[in-house]
Design a protein around this ligand. Structure first.
Ligand code: NZQ
Ligand code: ZN
Length: 387
């Protein structure tokens, strides 16, 4: 287990009606707020009206219509609004896309150049406006994480960066806000949460025993409550456990104590997202089992057999057999959430862009440092397996 420092400034308010504590939680952050949200789901849920009435004595500027896989253009518009209105803090209400846009706006306000420079070079980040989040989708874990992902469609880039100022000051996580999620988004979110735990679990650092067991618990929670949510979208216990799993998978609990951590499936998925309009969790659901089949070998067998036995309860003496049955069980789980299993199912019919995407994935995703090192040919192979 490696050394680590864990200092998260996020005041997390979890549970029903925590929104009522918003005014007291943000006291002292300033009176001029940028209120960032997406395409309108928060109006249907009623959070929009609630926030406006709770913060009636604040000066609020709105930035709406943040799209899934948020574009740098929305960030630029947010920076313009912050400067024009002397904004003190940002309140982001939505899923990972809204929160990530807010994060990059927050650190770009004091930067003189174009916000995309920051995505290309996170060392340009000096400080940022305080960020407050109200979460409506359990997936990215962005509500308590120091990362943000932004796309630039002009250059076919989708990049992830991390910085301390990205940690939200306050995050409100009310599981009842997830009741309105379409099944597709619930499932994609669960695939994303599972992937965050899984991609850290498959790691070469020895002795991170506790982190491994917590990662297993997060994956088991996804499996257990995932199937319940397919039948009962308004099951509070299931929504609450999935929401908490999403936060825990990304806030560092299972990351610290491991040496280098690379997310190979994320590295490849972000390239799919850079070229195609694809839901993050769907892309991961397609890639993960193929990445597993490709990287299962004599060296990785101990991790794969532990994954099979501890997450999927596979009872099998032979390690290889157990590992294969574990991957099979995982595929069955993804199918039970109605997630896609091939790229053609999400409209990617040709391999034309695979060369370009594979090369970019290796560089942007740092895949030559992954648990199983991947070069361009390896990524091409995984993409072809995913067709
Ligand atoms: O735009 P609205 O109307 O809000 O609709 C959204 C959107 O269409 C809808 N939605 C959200 N909450 C809802 C709801 N619909 C009904 N009821 C609700 N309660 O769901 C759609 C998808 O929202 P989005 O924010 O895009 O989903 P998600 O939270 O999965 O975020 C995806 C983004 O996060 C990035 C992904 O790459 C992608 O850009 N990630 C961010 C990470 C991070 N910051 O650490 C890590 C992740 O690995 C991931 O890469
Ligand atoms: Zn993810």
């Amino acid at each position: 287990m490696d050394n680590f420092q864990w200092n998260i400034p996020t005041n997390l308010l979890f549970g029903k009606n925590q929104i009522d504590n918003l005014p007291s939680a943000i006291e002292g952050l300033g009176k001029r707020l940028l209120f960032v949200y997406g395409g309108g789901s928060i109006k249907k849920i009623g959070i929009y009206d609630k926030v406006k009435s709770l913060l009636s004595d604040y000066e609020i500027t709105e930035l709406s219509d943040i799209q899934p896989n948020p574009e740098i253009e929305s960030v630029r518009e947010g920076v313009r609004l912050c400067r024009a209105n002397n904004i003190d803090a940002i309140v982001a209400c939505g899923g990972g896309s809204v929160i990530d846009a807010a994060k990059v706006i927050a650190v770009s306000v004091s930067y003189d150049g174009d916000p995309w420079d920051i995505m290309e070079n996170q060392r340009l980040i000096k400080d940022g406006l305080p960020i407050v989040t109200i979460l409506t989708l359990a997936a990215s874990g962005s509500e308590m994480a120091r990362s943000a992902v932004i796309s630039n469609n002009l250059f076919h880039r989708k990049l992830a960066i991390g910085a301390i100022p990205f940690y939200p000051r306050v995050s409100i996580c009310d599981p009842t806000y997830l009741y309105t999620l379409p099944q597709k988004q619930t499932s994609a979110g669960i695939a994303d949460i599972f992937s965050h735990a899984m991609e850290m679990y498959f790691n070469e650092t020895m002795g991170a025993y506790l982190s491994d067991r917590i990662a297993e618990a997060i994956m088991i929670t996804c499996v257990h409550y995932g199937s319940i949510l397919m039948e009962e979208p308004e099951n509070y216990e299931a929504r609450a456990n999935i929401m908490w799993a999403g936060t825990q998978a990304a806030n560092g609990t299972i990351r610290w104590g491991r040496g280098k951590v690379v997310f190979p499936c994320h590295g490849i998925e972000h390239e799919l997202g850079a070229y195609y309009d694809i839901t993050h969790g769907d892309g991961l659901a397609i890639l993960m089992p193929n990445w597993m089949k490709y990287t299962l070998n004599d060296d990785t067998l101990p991790q794969y057999s532990a994954f099979a036995r501890n997450v999927w309860n596979i009872i099998e003496n032979d390690d290889r057999c157990a590992a294969e049955k574990g991957i099979e069980a995982f595929e069955g789980f993804l199918k039970s959430l109605y997630l896609p299993s091939s790229l053609s199912e999400v409209g990617i019919e040709t391999e034309d862009l695979f060369e370009e995407m594979a090369g970019n994935a290796v560089v942007n995703g740092g895949l030559s440092n992954a648990f199983v090192k991947l070069d361009k040919e390896d990524v091409l192979h995984i993409l072809r397996m995913s067709m």
